[in-house]
Design a protein around this ligand. Structure first.
Ligand code: XIL
Length: 349
């Protein structure tokens, strides 16, 4: 593993529980863990309707006050972490409305601020941190031809065309198989994901797989586990093959502390390790894919790779010990090949 995303520690209800009072305890602890282990640390999320602070709707009485709250929140959070390589600036802002039209999600932020909410958030993020890569992050946007994926592509193309500073799109990649063994017709469809990555490449937008998991409707059986395995491996291979897909992140490591059962009552088993921390077929399949590549991403045997450059992986520079967190020197966007000093164990014995 080369990166970590806080699942909850940076969300508004955790980080700014009282207006103007930020609580960075959990986020700082994860950040320190990332630093100690040579992991990139990803900012998630800045503007999201879920897990927002419970004072938000009280204090945001009109467009101006709500916009001020949004900016203050971004100032506080990005100001505390001034060197993160990536920020999910806006999370999950598109939905299908009651008329069946895919459009801006009806959230408090959108009701108060309006259609320019997303533009304003990205512009503010860029002003705060010109070097961070800025993402729009969402689910069900992975496959070309899915109406939500097409809508989000249209939105991001339009933002690019108007000069709104967006660098990448986060494909959350939460997939599933139903309890009866069915998948949605045509889902997962790795070719449709490849095609979607390609159209983003054509408009100069990177793709990050940000929250991959594959939940299984109970009961677990070998056929469902096989679908999970081929999904994980197929998605990773699609990302590696796409010149603009730089990151593959899984949303949780094991079934021990999964977000799935409490969110989707009939589902579980979504992750790479089971409830006993035993690696699943999906884990083996990912390592089989990765084993074909050198640390620099060139295929083994292609003539590239670490051996041809002297065999020493580059580190991102010495970690800063000064007050403000830093994710290491050099370019912050290392294309996902973050290789640095790290311990050999992911968690203490
Ligand atoms: C989830 C967390 O994993 C859970 O612990 C929490 O209860 C709810 O949120 N999309 C996102 C993530 O962008 O922030 C969500 O994380 C999962 C869906």
């Amino acid at each position: 593993f080369a990166a970590i995303t806080p699942a909850n520690a940076m969300k508004m209800n955790v980080i700014q529980p009282v207006r103007g009072r930020f609580d960075f305890v959990d986020a700082d602890a994860l950040y320190a863990f990332a630093q100690q282990n040579g992991l990139e640390f990803r900012g998630h999320p800045l503007v999201w309707h879920t897990q927002a602070a419970n004072w938000l709707e009280e204090e945001g009485v009109d467009r101006d006050t709500t916009l001020a709250i949004m900016y203050e929140h971004m100032d506080g959070l990005m100001g505390h972490f001034p060197d993160l390589p990536y920020w999910d600036v806006v999370n999950e802002a598109i939905e299908r409305n009651s008329e069946g039209v895919w459009t801006f999600r009806d959230t408090f932020w959108h009701r108060m601020i309006g259609d320019d909410l997303i533009d304003l958030a990205f512009q503010h993020a860029r002003a705060l941190d010109p070097d961070a890569k800025l993402l729009y992050n969402d689910y069900n946007i992975e496959q070309l031809g899915h109406p939500k994926a097409d809508k989000v592509f249209e939105m991001i193309s339009d933002m690019k065309a108007r000069g709104i500073p967006i660098d990448a799109v986060g494909f959350q990649s939460h997939y599933y198989v139903e309890p009866n063994g069915n998948t949605n017709p045509g889902v997962p469809n790795i070719q449709a994901i490849r095609d979607n990555m390609a159209r983003y490449a054509a408009i100069g937008v990177d793709v990050h797989i940000t929250e991959c998991d594959f939940r299984i409707g109970r009961p677990l059986d070998p056929t469902k586990e096989e679908l999970q395995k081929s999904f994980f491996a197929g998605l990773l291979q699609a990302c590696i093959d796409a010149p603009n897909c730089s990151h593959f992140t899984v949303w949780g490591l094991s079934d021990v502390d999964s977000w799935v059962p409490s969110t989707f009552p009939d589902y579980d088993y979504a992750h790479l390790f089971d409830a006993q921390f035993v690696a699943k077929p999906a884990y083996a399949a990912l390592t089989t894919v990765l084993a074909q590549y050198n640390p620099d991403g060139t295929p083994i045997g292609s003539g590239g790779g670490a051996t041809s450059t002297g065999g020493t992986p580059s580190t991102g520079g010495a970690p800063s010990t000064a007050g403000a967190p830093s994710t290491g020197g050099g370019s912050r966007d290392d294309g996902g090949c973050s290789v640095g000093p790290r311990s050999n164990t992911l968690w203490p014995a």
